[in-house]
Design a binder for this molecule. Sequence first.
Ligand code: HEC
Length: 188
Amino acid sequence: MKFTPVALLLVAAAAAGSTDTTSGHAVSQSLGATSGAARGKYLVTVFGCGDCHTPLKMGPQGPSPDLNRALSGHPEQMGALRMPRLEQPYLWAGAATNTAFAGPWGISYAANLTADQNTGLGIWTEEMFVKALRTGKHMATARPILPPMPWQALGQATDDDLNAIYAYLRTVKPITNHVPDAQIPDQD
Ligand code: HEC
């Protein structure tokens, strides 16, 4: 099997994303925590939420997570994107930031998970957050949550773990970043 250097870079960047969202020190410190924001920080790190919710930016070493925009979702400045033309056997594509994903579901944009009141999880209650991940419904009641958001797996975490993730996200620096609405193809 052959990998292009670009593919390798992206894989490396995705792997780095899982650890760079927080320092290794902080993670090992919070390992013992079973609940609360410290536990949530650990879970957000090991579940790799930042891989999709923190935009990658290009630097001298290749793409790396833009920690000034940690967990703030698809950058507003990039806006809504056009559907790419895909050739077989490719079924889906991701933007360079790894925050926008085009596939049979349309185009999905990673949400702003910071506590910003208007553009992030500011108005979300803990109940909404847990219910959204458990049911796969946008804001717990509306349209289905689209791929590649792995709610099917994350929704199986315990109540304590989901509550801890929510508690941690409330402590993340609020960033005002209005993520575009998902573009869903007409069903006909
Ligand atoms: C593989 C990429 C990926 C990973 C990993 C990921 N997400 Fe997401 N997430 C997305 C995308 C894309 C959306 C937007 C989906 C949509 O618009 O339907 C999203 C949406 C969300 C939403 C909003 C759901 C709604 O009601 O609209 C929440 C909350 C969320 N993610 C939390 C998390 C948390 C917490 C983690 C880690 C435990 C995580 N995500 C990991 C890609 C990801």
